[in-house]
Design a protein around this ligand. Structure first.
Ligand code: FIX
Ligand code: ZN
Length: 437
């Protein structure tokens, strides 16, 4: 309840009406630019890695997983099809013969809606004609503007030969697209990585002996100099342990953490994926597993000067991640990753993060793989974020404190960009561990 005294003493622009408050929150969340801190989107200079248009949208691996639940087309037959034939099949099955009510299918509808295209079309002619008529460079501008995405962080793998060649020929001139140095290939399949690196002339061996560690430090130093990443990143399996008795553990201890410290780079951990649960689905074949959040706690405790960004894939790990972030202020939870990026689950995760962490987390990343997905992933995310945030301010109002629009803008800006800017820009902010001076 707002007392007469407080109303006299405090800013005239206090929002004391719940309906007005919800409208103000929705307007701020809708209009505040966001830094998309993890995506698989690339600018046109990356050639075929830059995916755009209706055929790429429909060949998204989320939709490939779903189409096989409604067709008797075999995996072998499906993969023999062209991208266009696969898109025709997915459109017919998921959008014509069935109602596109899944989140990934609804996402395509949201994109078509944004461009004024018919999402009830019987075929893809109109959509293909439209996207083929768009200039890709203009499309990038239009999509980022429409989605109100100020910056995109790519996923960049120095061991991907196609990408490495692009970097050797000049790399990325578009300053809206930032890099992250992705280390999965190096850490999660070390024998194969060792073979590739040895073929590139590095003196490395699978036993990690001799000059191997020094060579890997030099390899990362060179790619950091070339790519100028905002952070180092690794996805880790559900059974990830720290410490552990394997090559990945030695690489984390002796290469990744020292490199993060030397270059003052944040380290992003994405934990809980079970790769290749159904290999015949290819990129659509990965699954989820409950992971051990104590491994992350030990990483944070043993490396207080490293800033960690972390997201977990299992819904069951979300509350533990919030509690871990309360214990370690060098840990920044982010995103409702992949199978969690569904409004019903993302809403729950966002509410518990607001209750446990206030505005000290990053609510979402898109994980977009196709340029136009930025439109739907952020349209949908802004809906569940606005709902959760409205509830927080409404509860605060009921407890006796009204908010101003300026305060709502401050809080949303912090979550949409400020927390990330602080994590990737501040020099050697030495984090304190709760309970230890
Ligand atoms: O490890 C990752 O970056 C995952 O996001 C991808 O492997 C996954 O395919 C994806 O794009 C999920 O949204
Ligand atoms: Zn991803």
């Amino acid at each position: 309840m707002i007392t007469e005294t407080e109303a006299q003493r405090t800013p005239a622009d206090l929002i004391t009406d719940a309906k007005e408050l919800r409208q103000q929150v929705q307007s701020v969340v809708r209009d505040t630019p966001v830094i998309d801190i993890h995506t698989h989107v690339f600018p046109p200079v990356f050639g075929d890695m830059c995916l755009s248009g209706i055929d790429d949208l429909l060949n998204y691996h989320y939709l490939i997983a779903e189409v096989f639940r409604s067709t008797d087309v075999s995996y072998a037959c499906f993969w023999k099809m062209s991208k266009f034939e696969r898109a025709d099949l997915i459109w017919r099955i998921l959008f014509v013969e069935n109602t596109p009510i899944s989140e990934a299918a609804r996402g395509v509808v949201s994109v078509l809606d944004e461009f004024g295209l018919d999402s009830r079309a019987q075929n893809l002619k109109e959509a293909r004609d439209f996207f083929n008529s768009r200039n890709l460079l203009d499309q990038v501008d239009w999509v980022l503007e429409t989605a109100r995405v100020s910056d995109v962080v790519m996923t960049n793998d120095p061991l991907d030969e196609i990408e490495a060649e692009i970097w050797r020929n000049g790399g990325n001139p578009d300053r809206r697209f930032h890099t992250s140095l992705r280390l999965d290939s190096l850490l999660n399949d070390w024998p194969d990585a060792a073979r590739i690196l040895a073929s590139q002339g590095l003196h490395v061996n699978t036993g990690l002996s001799g000059s191997t560690i020094a060579e890997l430090r030099r390899f990362l130093d060179n790619w950091i100099k070339r790519m100028r990443p905002l952070y180092l990143a690794i996805s880790l399996p559900a059974d990830f342990k720290f410490p552990d008795e394997n090559a990945r553990d030695r690489l984390i201890h002796e290469v990744v953490l020292p490199t993060a410290k030397q270059h003052d780079l944040a380290l992003t951990l994405m934990v809980g994926v079970r790769r290749g649960v159904n290999p015949t689905l290819r990129a659509a074949g990965d699954g989820v597993g409950k992971a051990d959040v104590t491994a992350l706690e030990r990483l944070c405790a043993e490396n207080p000067e490293v800033r960690f960004l972390a997201t977990f894939l299992a819904r069951e790990n979300q509350h533990e991640l919030c509690v871990a972030a309360r214990k370690f202020n060098n840990l920044m939870p982010f995103g409702c990753w992949w199978f969690l990026n569904n409004p019903s689950i993302a809403a729950e995760i966002t509410r518990e993060r607001l209750e446990l962490l206030g505005p000290t987390f990053i609510p979402q990343h898109s994980d977009a793989s196709v340029l136009e997905q930025l439109i739907y992933k952020w349209r949908h995310a802004r809906e569940f974020i606005a709902d959760a945030l409205s509830e927080s301010y409404e509860k605060l109002l009921k407890s006796g404190r009204a908010a101003t629009r300026e305060e709502i803008e401050r809080d949303v800006t912090r979550m949409f960009s400020g927390n990330f800017r602080e994590w990737v820009g501040v020099k050697s902010s030495v984090a304190r561990i709760e309970g230890v001076s």
